[in-house]
Design a protein around this ligand. Structure first.
Ligand code: GLU
Length: 304
């Protein structure tokens, strides 16, 4: 498969879409990013790396980090995680309060904000230095020691965090947030602020593409079964209230973020990351979704 040629064609094909949609502005620091960027990187388990466009420019991972946080929480707590949240698609916006209230403080899944805030609570509760432990794990996954938090982005989000603070309060009311609200949100904002390039992000997702080899990164271990099940959650819950559409168009497990990134995996073959900051009304990158749709169409490789 000539992935390089395919990526070149995809970048050219999505060019007209790069001006469609709107970049996220509710986190003021994200509004300052040049919205014209577009990059794609694909890494195979065989060790090849293909890249086009701005594949080496770092961007804010935002919700994509929730995959790494879930991995660390599953390592620490195993199936106990599922006593505090579900594994069902939400069909609602990532920051919705309504569902959380109706369902008595049990988030639908770990990838909506409510679920990721509970995961943050688990990590803060377990780890003496959660921020250090988390970033060391992510550095090991991405094989890149210079990956880190963007403190300005985290602070910018904190200053406008009215909805996430409301979510945390609702969780606390229902006894599903054990720690101090400000402390847990501090971790949550930093977790979302991690920056990586597409090339680094594809590397960081590669371990999730292979449940057949032991998952062990900086001492964070998962069984093959846990990795496989994380893929199932990415497939059903990775794209806000557009998970069904992404599954229909692309057919790969993955996770998007409001920074305009999407990471996805083709099990036992590759991990791919795309970035283009302009988002559709559901919060997913317009050009990024199209690029991945073209990838699985042109290669005829998807999980279906
Ligand atoms: N930090 C963002 C928030 O909580 C993440 C949203 C996202 O990427 O979906 O609003």
């Amino acid at each position: 498969m000539d992935y390089q040629e395919i990526l070149n064609n995809i970048l050219a094909s999505v060019e007209p879409l790069r001006s469609e949609g709107k970049q996220a502005t509710y986190i003021p620091a994200l509004a300052m990013v040049n919205p014209d960027h577009c990059g794609i990187a694909l890494r195979t388990l065989a060790g090849e790396c293909y890249a086009v466009g701005d594949a080496n420019v770092r961007f804010s991972l935002q919700s994509i980090s929730k995959v790494f946080a879930l991995a660390l929480a599953l390592h620490l707590e195993g199936d106990n995680v599922w006593t505090r949240m579900g594994k069902e698609p939400s069909g609602a916006a990532f920051n919705s309060l309504i569902q959380l209230e109706l369902e008595h403080g049990i988030p639908r899944n770990p990838f909506i904000n409510a679920g990721a805030i509970v995961i943050s609570d688990i990590l803060v509760e377990h780890l003496p230095q959660p921020e250090n432990r988390f970033i060391e794990f992510v550095r090991a996954l991405s094989a890149c020691p210079s990956v880190g938090y963007n403190y300005a982005v985290a602070l910018s989000e904190k200053k406008q965090a009215f909805l996430n603070t409301a979510i945390a309060n609702l969780l606390k009311h229902h006894n599903n947030l054990h720690g101090d609200i400000d402390r847990v949100l501090q971790f949550y904002f930093l977790m979302c602020s991690i920056e990586m390039s597409c090339a680094e992000l594809a590397q960081a997702f590669l371990p999730f593409a292979n449940h057949l080899v032991p998952f062990d990164y900086d001492g964070v271990t998962l069984t093959g079964s846990q990795v496989k099940r994380m893929n199932a959650i990415m497939q059903t819950c990775g794209f806000y209230d557009e998970a069904g559409e992404f599954s229909y168009l692309v057919g790969l497990p993955g996770k998007s973020g409001v920074g305009g990134g999407i990471a996805a995996i083709y099990p036992e073959r590759y991990a791919v990351a795309v970035w283009s900051p302009r988002l559709n009304s559901k919060g997913n990158s317009v050009a990024g979704m199209k690029a991945l749709e073209l990838l699985t169409t042109l290669t005829a490789e998807s999980i279906f």
